[in-house]
Design a protein around this ligand. Structure first.
Ligand code: UT7
Length: 329
């Protein structure tokens, strides 16, 4: 077998819609309060896609920013992977529209559905293709318009989520010169459809007047169970990296932006200070597959990715599906 090609990150990008939905705005829509939301989640506002904006159009802006950061033309891309659970439509893949709009004339593409773990899983798939030599330049975008599947009468879910997109381009480490891919993990525990899901619109509950009447096209969640699960796997994933590489190697943790309290509880459990974590949940809420790449790009802009140090990205969500992505910057 040929030797694996070392992989790096050529470019990072992000895009969030203009419109801000604040906690005070939500107070006018459902029975909630700014105080409750801030105390329980750390969220102050989230972005909402404008009429006419769709997942592929958010993804397009993030992808363009990543290409500019990489100094790469769209024709150089070999593969486009779009991680999303709110694609433009059930099929065809949102990646096909994205690649077309981007001008990625040579690229193949597909979507990857792993909810909040989507970007972390798709990045490992991308790195595998580059390592094997099958593709040279792979674009991964995590993009979501969750506002279109939220029930703004359900205070258990509608306060938590927002819209956005983040992107990364993987290529050979030689070309990228930074962000060496060191690996990651992909895990699942099935049978959890009642904990966190969009139940309607698939083969189990096809869209009918009745399914719409029952609101099955909206996201449903048992928040407390997700909370406990998220704290446990976040702590396990980060502890695993420390056991393998040592505490000193750790530069920054850029986790799925799930809930400030979940992040704080997990960090306390591992005995690590909060200044090791990058968070932006106060401004965007939970943007599912977009959350890690948006945070990664912002951590980069803020100078939080330190040369030679590890960047750990734990993610977890519906499935249940969880895992992490590990880079050395
Ligand atoms: O990427 C994974 C996606 N999932 C998540 O991000 C969810 C993870 N879970 C969580 O973030 C937390 O469980 C929540 C923020 C959803 C809830 O926090 P909690 O501390 O677990 O609260 P709770 O569910 O135990 O609810 C406490 C109370 C309930 O009232 P009663 O039954 O005690 O009277 C809820 O009805 O808070 C009420 N409540 C609200 N009150 C005001 C629930 N949502 C709201 C709200 N505003 N938006």
């Amino acid at each position: 077998m040929a030797a694996l090609i070392p992989v790096g990150v050529a470019g990072l990008g992000r895009y969030v819609p203009e419109r801000r939905l604040t906690n005070h705005d939500l107070e006018q829509i459902v029975d909630t309060s700014d105080e409750w939301i801030v105390q329980r989640t750390g969220i102050r506002e989230r972005r909402i896609a404008a009429d006419g904006e769709v997942t592929s159009s958010l993804a397009l802006e993030a992808a363009r920013a990543a290409l500019a950061d990489a100094g790469m033309a769209p024709e150089e891309l070999d593969l486009v992977i779009c991680a999303t659970v709110t694609g433009d439509q059930p099929f065809p893949a949102t990646a096909c529209r994205l690649g077309f709009d981007l001008g990625a004339a040579r690229a193949g593409g597909f979507d990857l559905a792993a909810a909040c773990s989507g970007f972390v899983f798709a990045s490992q798939v991308a790195a595998g293709f580059v390592q094997s030599g099958q593709f040279r330049n792979v674009l991964v975008v995590g993009a979501e318009v969750l506002s279109r599947i939220l029930d703004y009468r359900d205070r258990n879910t509608c306060v938590l989520f927002g819209d956005g997109a983040g992107a990364a381009i993987y290529t050979s480490l030689e070309r990228a010169g930074r962000g060496e891919f060191l690996g990651g993990s992909i895990a699942m525990e099935g049978g959890a459809e009642s904990i966190l899901a969009q139940p309607g619109g698939g083969s189990r509950h096809p869209a009918t007047a009745d399914s719409v009447q029952q609101g099955l096209h909206f996201m449903k969640m048992g928040g407390t169970r997700v909370f406990r699960f998220a704290v446990r796997v976040f702590a396990e994933l980060v502890q695993g990296v420390i056991d393998r590489h040592g505490r000193e190697a750790l530069g920054v943790i850029v986790p799925h932006q799930v809930n400030q309290r979940i992040i704080e509880s997990a960090m306390e459990q591992i005995g690590l200070p909060m200044d090791l974590v990058f968070t932006n949940i106060d401004r965007y809420g939970n943007t599912s597959a977009a959350s890690v790449p948006i945070a990664l790009r912002e951590a980069y802009e803020a100078g939080r990715l330190q040369k030679g140090k590890l960047v750990v990205m734990p993610a977890f969500g519906a499935g249940m599906a969880w895992g992490h992505l590990l880079l050395r910057w």
